[in-house]
Design a protein around this ligand. Structure first.
Ligand code: KIV
Length: 303
């Protein structure tokens, strides 16, 4: 199947994601909920795409999940492009969204648009995600004008970790909740096709979901959002450090990898790997020539 959308080829598109909002029949229904996972490499993206995940997000969480940075702040546009291209090669069905990393949309509007265009043109992204609410109105409008669909991201925005003083749940007081709600409305008004709601009380996320016409994708925002997103390494148990309470670990990949690598190490040390069946063999006539000293030289070599 081509990754280019055409009627009826099953490709998830920006309009089909928007349509899902109107199809979610009630807050408590699970029908039509949007699934989104992060992906950073070809083999993982292929599995997620084949499993029918709606949106693959090349998040700047790649910095912490894969590149070993302590926050998402050091992630560069070139790093995002590298990972987006890998995910692009694997993705046939899902909508591919790439994060705009910190610094790529903070200097000027022109430069921001240029950077987003690179994610589409060189990375193969079909949409970009931008962190921030009211402050991003102009930027989102400019990107949409440049034919680049935008996913917003409000609540806890990890690129603001220094300004926020850490990774904390947002919108817990009346004033803070009203600000998160204003941010979500601003993102919608600017033309975003969906918005990530991160780390906020479920009641606030439910209220925002009720009020917006675009789908909300929650992470640590309770079950009433129109969809859910998780970092794939968290879901698979492949991360390190403390797991936030909203993460459900569906597998223990770290444990499984440690077990497998330990078994390989033990087998090699004990001479149990590789076995004869796991080895290549010389042709029969060559084997006849092979004495205990190995192959006889074909001709005498004089030095
Ligand atoms: O970078 C990321 O992975 C994200 C998701 C957690 C929403 O922004």
């Amino acid at each position: 199947m081509s990754a280019v959308p055409s009627a009826g080829n099953g490709k998830i598109t920006v309009p089909s994601i928007l349509e899902r909002k109107s199809r979610v029949p009630s807050q408590n229904s699970t029908a039509g909920k949007i699934t989104c996972l992060t992906a950073y490499d070809y083999p993982t993206a292929r599995l997620l795409d084949e499993a029918g995940v709606d949106i693959l997000l090349v998040g700047d969480s790649v910095g912490m999940a894969v590149l070993g940075y302590e926050s998402t702040l050091p992630v560069t546009l070139d790093e995002m492009l590298h990972h987006t291209r890998a995910v692009r090669r694997a993705t046939r069905h899902a909508l591919l969204v790439a994060d705009m990393p910190y610094g790529s949309f903070h200097v000027s509007l022109d430069e921001s648009v240029r950077n987003a265009v690179r994610l589409v043109k060189e990375g193969g992204a079909e949409a970009v995600k931008v962190e921030g609410g009211e402050r991003r109105i102009e930027l989102i409008a400019r990107l949409v004008e440049a034919e680049i669909p935008v996913m917003g991201h409000v609540g806890l925005t990890p690129q603001s970790v220094n300004a926020l003083g850490g990774f904390h749940v947002q919108g817990k007081t009346g004033d803070a909740a009203r600000q998160v709600e204003r941010d979500a409305r601003a993102v919608e008004a600017a033309g975003a096709f969906a918005v990530v709601l991160e780390s906020m009380p479920r009641e606030l996320a439910a209220r925002i979901t009720e009020k917006l016409r675009i789908p909300t994708i929650g992470i640590g925002a309770g079950p009433d959002c129109d969809g859910q997103v998780l970092v794939i390494h968290d879901l698979l148990g492949f991360g390190e450090g403390r797991r936030p309470k909203f993460v459900r670990k569906y597998a223990d990949l770290a444990g499984e990898i440690s077990r497998a690598v330990g078994a390989f190490r033990d087998d090699v040390k004990a001479g149990a790997f590789p076995s004869d069946a796991e080895s290549y063999h010389s042709a029969a006539e060559l084997r006849e020539q092979e004495g205990p000293q190995g192959l006889k030289p074909l001709r005498k070599v004089t030095v």
